[in-house]
Design a protein around this ligand. Structure first.
Ligand code: AMP
Length: 380
């Protein structure tokens, strides 16, 4: 099991905001970063020591990244597992190709959860409109049809309210292999973030409570308002997943808490996660530094939280009439503004986030929502 030393280089497949925050927070540990992304202006490129411009399925580009790295990790699960296998012959890859092979295919993820005996909504894989119509009989309506691969933030998803919607839904997701899932009438959405090191030691962050809008994460509040028993069950589910996958690094497990107080796994992200952004500024060790420590083979840091925290995503919608004026927000006590430096704002695109810390998560949440709702375009 190789362990890195200060001065060594961490290679990251994907140069989005997660890679950017890994490089920013782990640089004080004396590490260097190499980033591969198709976009030379991707957020992590500006903070990387080495930049490799290339597609995430470009084996030659990934091999060049690996050649200058002592370990390779990722900021997205949408990297072909077969490419990771090639890279792993040259340089340790953490998390390993087998983790990605399971996670990046929704149907395999569902099978894995079933094999582990973990609770999830009723579901069935479908490969054609005929199969979808058959699956609807078993799963029932309402249901959600999701592509097996490459979906995120609600992309590649379509709700089905009855058999009459099947053909339109099949066409809406591009007639691709998919999974049909029973719609969950949840009370809350939670996520568990934990890190697992190369020896199998696990460190947990406080459970996060999430609100999505248009299928995109809107706010996170941590710690979540749940009983000790729910928190314990949620952590046990996430720990089982991390152990069974033999995962190394941070992993996020998104859960539905039903009105009957039952936990159901929605999905697994084998990487740092948007719902863990609150850890930077409210926990001793952020999820980004923690992930880097784990993949370097180093001991995990103290994940305990010093203050309650909330996070609000800043989407491209706020930029539609020009860049917002952040001067009020910059003066707000306990506020941490993070802008990712993306040049182009689009509706629904994550441009940055705000974290507020304080004593009472709910009060901070209201304050954060008020601040973001009050943002107006900066005057020229
Ligand atoms: P996903 O990309 O699968 O995490 O879905 C994004 C969001 O859509 C989730 O966080 C939920 O708010 C909603 N969603 C996804 N699947 C379901 C489901 N089976 N039942 C109810 N809501 C869902």
């Amino acid at each position: 099991m190789s362990v890195l030393r200060p001065g060594d280089t961490v290679g990251i497949l994907g140069g989005g905001q997660l890679a950017q925050m890994m490089a920013l927070t782990a640089r004080p540990l004396g590490l260097r970063f190499a980033v591969l992304d198709p976009d030379p202006a991707a957020p992590a490129m500006a903070v990387a020591d080495h930049r490799e411009v290339g597609a995430l399925d470009d084996v030659a580009a990934a091999e060049r990244l690996a050649a200058m790295s002592n370990v390779v990790t990722l900021d997205t699960e949408h990297v072909p597992a077969s490419l990771l296998e090639v890279v792993a012959r040259q340089t340790p890859v953490r998390p390993g190709p087998s983790v990605l092979g399971i996670i990046q295919d929704r149907a395999r993820q569902r099978e894995f959860l079933a094999r582990c005996g973990l609770p999830q909504t009723v579901n069935a894989p479908v490969g054609s409109l005929d199969e979808l119509e058959g699956a609807l009989n078993g799963v029932g309506a309402p249901a959600v049809l999701k592509t097996r691969r490459s979906g995120y933030d609600g992309k590649g998803q379509c709700r089905i309210d009855g058999a009459d919607d099947a053909a339109a839904a099949w066409s809406a997701i591009g007639e691709q292999p998919a999974v049909l899932e029973g719609f969950v009438d949840f009370d809350r959405e939670l996520s568990v973030l934990l890190a697992r090191d190369i020896r199998g030691a696990v460190s947990y962050y406080p459970i996060a409570e999430n609100v999505h809008r248009r299928h995109i994460l809107h706010t996170t509040c941590a710690p979540a308002r749940v009983t000790d028993s729910i928190a314990r069950q949620a952590r046990e589910i996430a720990a089982t997943i991390a152990e069974q996958l033999e995962h190394v690094g941070v992993i996020a497990v998104e859960l539905f808490l039903t009105r009957d107080q039952e936990l159901l796994v929605n999905e697994i992200a084998p990487r740092t996660h948007n719902s863990g952004h609150f850890t930077w500024g409210s926990c001793h060790t952020s999820q980004f530094e923690q992930h880097v420590r784990a993949v370097c083979g180093w001991p995990l840091g103290d994940a305990s939280q010093q203050q309650a925290a909330v996070m609000v995503n800043l989407l491209g919608d706020l930029w539609l009439n020009g860049p917002p004026d952040f001067s009020g927000l910059l003066q707000e006590p306990g506020a941490r503004l993070h802008l990712y430096g993306k040049r182009e704002a689009r509706q629904g695109r994550k441009m940055g986030h705000l974290v507020l810390t304080g004593r009472d998560g709910q009060a901070e949440l209201e304050r954060a929502e008020r601040l973001v709702a009050g943002l107006s375009p900066a005057r020229a």
